[in-house]
Design a protein. Structure first.
Length: 114
């Protein structure tokens, strides 16, 4: 038996409500969540946090030897409106290579940062 139009619409509304519930704004995002929302790799977003290009904080709790980054919702919104923060002059993780911040989403070259 084929479902009625009302049944099909009810099912669509149910699925839509489920999807909206999954994408609710959060107070804080992990690097992986931020990366998915920003359309970048987790490695790139982690470097942005470390270099101060994204305003993030280290979690005081967690597993493993290294604390994870936490990015507030307001910073996600700021990033979506304005892009990366200016260079802070910190060293990239691979100091013998080119600056990790060169040619980021803001389109600027950051060779002077290294």
């Amino acid at each position: 038996m084929t479902p009625t139009l009302e049944q099909r619409l009810a099912r669509i509304e149910e699925l839509l409500a489920d999807l909206v519930g999954r994408e609710q704004a959060r107070d804080w995002y992990s690097v992986e969540e931020f990366a998915r929302l920003a359309g970048r790799s987790a490695f790139t977003c982690r470097e942005w946090c470390r270099l101060g290009r994204i305003a993030a904080r280290k979690k005081t709790s967690g597993r493993g030897a290294h604390a994870a980054w936490a990015i507030p919702h307001g910073e996600l919104q700021r990033f979506q409106r304005e892009g990366l923060l200016p260079c802070q002059g910190r060293q990239p993780s691979h100091s013998d290579g080119p600056c990790a911040r060169r040619n980021d989403t803001d389109g600027q070259s950051h060779r002077e940062c290294g």
